[in-house]
Design a protein around this ligand. Sequence first.
Ligand SMILES: Nc1ncnc2c1ncn2[C@@H]1O[C@H](COP(=O)(O)OP(=O)(O)O)[C@@H](O)[C@H]1O
Ligand SMILES: CC(C)(COP(=O)(O)O)[C@@H](O)C(=O)NCCC(=O)O
Ligand SMILES: [K+]
Length: 248
Amino acid sequence: MKRQNDKKHNPWLALTIGNSRLHWAKFSGAKLVEAWDTEHLGAGDERLASGEWKKLPLYIASVIPSETLFWQNFPNVKIVNRDQIPLKGIYSSLGIDRALAVLGGGVTSGWPILVIDGGTALTLTGADEQRQLIGGAIFPGLKLQIKSLAQGTAALPEIPLPDRLPDRWALDTKSAIQSGIIYTVLSGIANYMQAWWREFPQGQVVLTGGDRTLLFNYLETLFPDLAKKTKVDPNLIFWGIRNLVITH
Ligand SMILES: Nc1ncnc2c1ncn2[C@@H]1O[C@H](COP(=O)(O)OP(=O)(O)O)[C@@H](O)[C@H]1O
Ligand SMILES: CC(C)(COP(=O)(O)O)[C@@H](O)C(=O)NCCC(=O)O
Ligand SMILES: [K+]
């Protein structure tokens, strides 16, 4: 991939296409100026569709091939691929978002690094000090779990999640769904974290993705000792892209 020179403070854009929405960032050289999210479909981001932004280099990392095709038509687009990621042991179907988030977490927080991405899917992805992929796990994200219960049953409504940890023992349907999803997800995440720190006592753990704040709030209440060692960073994928784009 053609790198640009950091010192020039050249403006450029990054777009990561997730399964729920689009995530955008505007950089000036190595500096992230602004990050925002937009919905799928339509013309995408209005700022890009008109004016001088259209001419900026736009680096795209997508987990949805059909959406990549749409954005490819923009004038100065560069698609980020798995084979550009400086990590060892990447498997051929690994999500580009996971690879970039681990790279971005490692270069900003240090290695070994475990990234927990609370996105459409909830993913865990680890890499060691040699930047070798350790592996990870994929399961349905918080919203997807709620949706799947509502879609697959007659009586269960699609409910919102509370900002803070709810009671474990619920006495109404809404609270029962909240409890079931939150307590099982958090126990699962805690179990992976404990296994991670047994293997890599000096390892980093960073939470990212749209549900990062909710997950961290729940974690703080349920597993405060684990929360103390856990960072939260919404921009891991952008740090990964920056690492590919900027010459140091
Ligand atoms: N405006 C929003 N639209 C969609 N999801 C949102 C929004 N705000 C918060 N979320 C939460 O973010 C999660 C999706 O995370 P995100 O990182 O945006 O997904 P992806 O990268 O897979 O598109 C959902 O589980 C949902 O609970
Ligand atoms: C697991 C994912 C669906 C997560 O996507 P997201 O929740 O960020 O939209 C995506 O990283 C993906 O399609 N991965 C391919 C399979 C893998 O990583 O093994
Ligand atoms: K994601």
